[in-house]
Every structure is written in C-alpha cells, then in structure tokens.
Design a protein around this ligand. Structure first.
Ligand code: FES
Length: 178
C-alpha cells in the first residue's frame, strides 16, 4: 500500500505545503497533509485509518444519520461520500478541530455538555459538525431550522441536542457582542 505522508506542517492557513512526493494536499484541522494513496479513498477512511482521527464515525455507506459529517470549506459534508480526489486544496475540519489550540472547547461542545445532550456519543461528532454549519448560516436557529439537520440519535437525545444548539447560539451571540 502506498505511503501517506503527513507533511511536517503546521497550524495556520498562511503556510504552504512543503515539496514532497506527488499527491493530494489537504488541510485538516489547520495542518497540511499529503495523501499519496488511492485518490478514490473516502475521506472518512483517510481520517480514521491513516490519520487516526477517529472522532468522525461511520453511519452507513451513504452517510445515513450524519455521524460521518465533517466541514469541507465550512460546509457540512459526508466524509464517506467524498473521495480524497475531490479535496485538493480544501480545508477540512473534524470534531477534533473544534476546540481551540489550547484545548478550550467550542461553545457548541460546551453546550452539548451543559445540556446533557450526549448519550453513547456515537452521533455527537456529526451533530456538532452539522450544528456548526447551521450556526454559520443562522445565528439564531429555530426549531424547524434544527429539524432540517440530517442527524439521527438512537439514544433519543434530539430534544436536548436542540436545547444545546440554542444555548450555543446564545453564547456565541454574547461572545460576539463582548
Ligand atoms: S448519543 Fe447515542 S446515538 Fe446519539
């Protein structure tokens, strides 16, 4: 199997990838990586099996339930549905990239904890990513906005997830005004 190289790179969008073997350069959680394996490898397997970022979950071959969502250039995207060949030059954010560099949780993550919106946790990364996308588009999401998210929770946390998203929206609004 071809080797995948994690370019010795660095957090920060301004830093260009270093020279190396040909491949697909992609920025993941602020660091550059070069994928030199099968270009049709789904992003989900690159994240989980190559980079060992296993927060993003497998929900089915069509991304059922949204457990495999990541942000690609800020938009929630099924990681099982997108091959590495489509990601050259793109910015990917996984659940591992939501906290800041010092490990301070994103307001959304904190809100999920505060609202006890996590059962077994399998669906949680996908909810967080879908909610990020939603809050980027709607600062004050309604119940029906939240209900458009594709995510499912088999533990029955939907009501608490809804509260968590609203709590995060309020906290982010407050943060923006501070
Ligand atoms: S917390 Fe278990 S599936 Fe959602």
């Amino acid at each position: 199997m071809a080797q995948d190289h994690a370019a010795p790179a660095t957090r920060g969008a301004a830093i260009a990838p270093v020279a190396g073997p040909p491949g697909i350069d992609v920025q993941i959680n602020g660091e550059y990586f070069r994928h030199t394996g099968d270009p049709e490898m789904p992003l989900l397997w690159y994240l989980r099996d190559v980079l060992r970022l296993d927060g993003t979950k497998y929900g089915g071959e069509h991304g059922e339930g949204g457990a495999d969502l990541v942000l690609v250039n800020g938009k929630a995207t099924s990681a099982i549905g997108v091959p590495m060949s489509k990601l050259a030059g793109k910015q990917v954010t996984t659940v591992e990239g939501l906290a800041d560099a010092k490990g301070v949780l994103h307001p959304l993550q904190q809100a999920f904890i505060d609202e006890d919106a996590i059962g077994c946790g399998y669906c949680t990364p996908g909810w967080l990513i879908a909610s990020m996308d939603l809050l980027n588009r709607r600062k004050d999401p309604s119940d029906s906005d939240i209900d458009t998210l594709p995510n499912l929770c088999r533990c029955g946390c939907q009501t608490r997830v809804r509260s968590a998203i609203k709590r995060a929206a309020a906290s982010m609004k407050q943060g923006a005004q501070a």
